[in-house]
Write a protein that binds this ligand. Structure first.
Ligand SMILES: [Zn+2]
Length: 343
C-alpha cells in the first residue's frame, strides 16, 4: 500500500478561438501537484511547442582554434586536483576526463568532459559508454571530496547555450559544499518528513511501476516521467537504494549512463538539441529516506532569436508550463529505452 496521493485540478478557461475571435470556446487546463514537495505544474491542452525540425548546429559546433577541453589543449589549459581529493591528477575514464573547475560556485567543483577527443558530439553521439564513463569519473571525484568531510553533492549538465552552457564542448559539472541548493534541501527535508513506512522514493516506484508514466528498469535504476514536471520532456532516473552519489556503484554508473544516453536519443527524436540534467545526492546527514535522483529536461533549440522555454512562470513563480503530458512523454520515450531497460 502506498500513501502517495496524485492530485490534479481541472480548470476550464473561456477564451476567444484562434482566428475567430468572436467565438468563445472552452480551453481545458490541468494543474498537477507534486506529492512530495507540493510543487505545481500546468499542463496545457492542444498547445504544441516542440520543434518540427532540427536546427543546423554546424556553425555553432565547429572546432575553434582554442578549446580548453579538446585533447590537444586539456593538459596545458586545465589544472590537476589536490592530492587530498585524488592522486590521479585529472580523472580519466575511457574518453572522458574530470578536471578542476575554474568557476567557483561551490567550495569544491569539477568539470567532466564526455569525450576529450571530439570537440562536439550531438545528442545521438553521446553513447552509453561515453555517458557511463563520464558519470563514473564524476562519481570518483565526488568520493574524493566526500573523504574530506560529508557534504551536499550534485552532478549537473548544461548542453549548448540555451541550456546555460558557455562552452560548446559537451561537459558536466559537479558541486560540493556544506549548504546544497534550494532544490536539494527541499527534496531532503520533504523526504525526511515523509511519514510512510518506507522511503517516499521506494513508494513512488511501487506506485508508478507498470503505469502510464513508467519507462522501465535497468539494474538498480528506475526510469519514469514525473507526475508534476518542472521542465519539458522531463525524465527521472531513480536509484532508491542509493542514498547519496557516493553510494553509486560502478554498475549503477554504467546503468545510469546507458539510460541517460537513451533519453538523449529520445530528445534527438523529438528534434531537440539542448538539455539540462541534474543528479542530487542525499546531503551530509545520511538518511535511508532518500534515493538518488537524476532528472533530465529538454531546453529550447539553439536558433537565432529563439524563444526561451523559461518564462516568468518558471523563473519567477517556480511553476512549469508543459505542452506534452508526462504520459505522452513516457510513451514516446519507451521505444528509445526498449533496448536498455526491462519491464
Ligand atoms: Zn573542444
Amino acid at each position: 500500500m502506498t500513501g502517495i496521493r496524485l492530485q490534479e485540478h481541472h480548470v476550464v478557461a473561456r477564451v476567444p478561438k484562434l482566428g475567430d475571435a468572436a467565438t468563445i470556446i472552452d480551453a481545458p487546463l490541468t494543474i498537477r501537484v507534486d506529492p512530495l514537495t507540493g510543487h505545481t505544474s500546468r499542463l496545457l491542452h492542444g498547445e504544441k511547442l516542440a520543434p518540427t525540425s532540427r536546427p543546423d548546429l554546424s556553425e555553432l559546433t565547429a572546432t575553434p582554434p582554442f578549446c580548453p577541453f579538446c585533447e590537444d589543449k586539456i593538459e596545458i589549459a586545465t589544472g590537476v586536483f589536490d592530492e587530498q581529493i585524488t592522486r590521479e591528477g585529472r580523472i580519466r575514464r575511457g574518453l572522458s576526463a574530470v578536471v578542476p573547475n575554474v568557476m567557483a560556485y561551490s567550495e569544491f567543483s569539477s568539470v567532466g568532459l564526455y569525450d576529450t577527443t571530439q570537440h562536439f558530439r550531438d545528442l545521438d553521439e553521446l553513447t552509453p559508454e561515453i555517458v557511463s564513463d563520464l558519470l563514473t569519473g564524476l562519481t570518483a571525484y565526488t568520493r574524493g571530496v566526500h573523504s574530506i568531510r560529508p557534504m551536499w553533492h550534485s552532478i549537473n549538465a548544461n548542453y549548448l547555450p540555451p541550456a546555460g552552457s558557455s562552452l560548446v564542448h559537451p561537459h558536466a559539472q559537479s558541486a560540493h559544499d556544506d549548504f546544497g541548493t534550494t532544490q536539494q534541501r527541499r527534496l531532503i527535508e520533504a523526504s525526511n518528513a515523509w511519514e510512510g513506512e518506507q522511503s517516499y522514493w521506494r513508494e513512488l516506484v511501487e506506485l508508478e511501476r507498470g503505469g502510464d508514466r513508467w519507462i522501465g528498469t535497468r539494474g538498480r535504476v528506475r526510469v519514469m516521467t514525473p507526475w508534476s514536471p518542472v521542465g519539458f520532456h522531463e525524465v527521472w532516473m531513480l536509484v532508491p537504494d542509493a542514498a547519496d552519489i557516493v553510494d553509486l556503484t560502478e554498475d549503477d554508473c554504467q546503468d545510469l549512463g546507458a539510460v541517460l544516453s537513451a533519453v538523449l536519443q529520445g530528445y534527438h527524436g523529438f528534434n531537440l538539441a539542448s538539455f539540462n540534467w541534474a543528479m542530487y545526492g542525499g546531503g551530509p546527514k545520511r538518511s535511508d529516506r532518500y534515493g538518488v535522483l537524476l532528472r533530465a529536461v529538454s531546453r529550447s533549440n539553439p536558433e537565432p532569436m529563439y524563444r526561451s522555454d523559461v518564462t516568468y512562470f518558471e523563473r519567477l513563480h517556480g511553476e512549469a508550463m508543459i505542452d506534452l503530458t508526462p504520459e505522452q512523454v513516457a510513451e514516446a520515450m519507451r521505444p528509445h529505452l526498449a533496448g536498455v531497460t526491462h519491464d
